[in-house]
Design a protein around this ligand. Structure first.
Ligand code: HQG
Length: 190
């Protein structure tokens, strides 16, 4: 039986391997972050974490955030965003809406307002298109606070944006002058 837990656990395992530590199971990703599906399943099994192809297909198809994608031939798989390892997702620059949102935890706010948003371990700063998504992202780390990001002004100043295959906006560091705490943490725009 494929319980929800099995799907979530498998999604977490794939995130770990495909975004951060392919080496933990002796897997090679190509420069664009793709892994051969057969090699992935074989290495997982060799490392005591067998995943059936059917389960993998389910996780890719049903993942709540479409975190993973097969290539057109369905012989390769990659994470659509969130990498800490160097990969070139080969995304084309895209024009974001004039405002995007970043959800964070209240305890990070002081530092963010002082030094801006940094990518940290990841390759990009991640921004959300709506407040509800940003709140869920921020709630992963504590009490969520939403920052409004003036992407129109960032673009005017030369910043480049990308949209991952699963709809997450990606960019470089965001200076404090482009950030504003959303008033009263209101639910407007949810
Ligand atoms: C914070 C999830 C202090 C930043 C999400 C965040 C996303 C600072 C944390 C994706 C800072 C980094 C990425 C500064 C940033 N001082 N704290 N100067 N600049 N931060 O997980 O954006 O579910 O690396 O606010 O949905 O939270 O995994 O980034 O709280 O799309 O698919 O440092 O991960 O996707 O945390 O999340 P993260 P994130 P998945």
């Amino acid at each position: 039986m494929m319980s929800r837990d099995t799907i979530v656990d498998t999604s977490k395992l794939l995130s770990y391997v495909l975004r951060h530590r392919p080496d933990s199971i002796g897997l090679q990703l190509d420069t664009n972050g793709w892994a051969d599906v057969d090699a992935l399943l074989q290495r997982l099994a060799e490392h005591g974490k067998p995943v059936a192809r059917e389960l993998l297909d389910r996780v890719v198809a049903n993942n709540d955030k479409q975190r993973f994608a097969f290539d057109a031939t369905r012989t390769r798989i990659r994470a659509s965003q969130g990498h800490s390892i160097q990969v070139d997702l080969a995304l084309q620059p895209a024009q974001p809406p004039d405002v995007l949102y970043h959800g964070t935890a209240s305890r990070f706010l002081k530092s963010i307002l002082a030094s801006g948003l940094r990518a940290g371990n990841r390759q990009h700063v991640h921004l959300s298109g709506d407040v509800g998504t940003a709140r869920r992202v921020g709630a992963r780390y504590g009490f969520p606070v939403i920052l409004r990001v003036d992407t129109a002004r960032m673009r005017a100043d030369g910043a480049v944006f990308y949209r991952s295959d699963n709809g997450v906006w990606l960019t470089g560091p965001v200076a404090p002058r482009y950030l504003r705490v959303l008033d009263g943490n209101s639910r407007n725009g949810d």
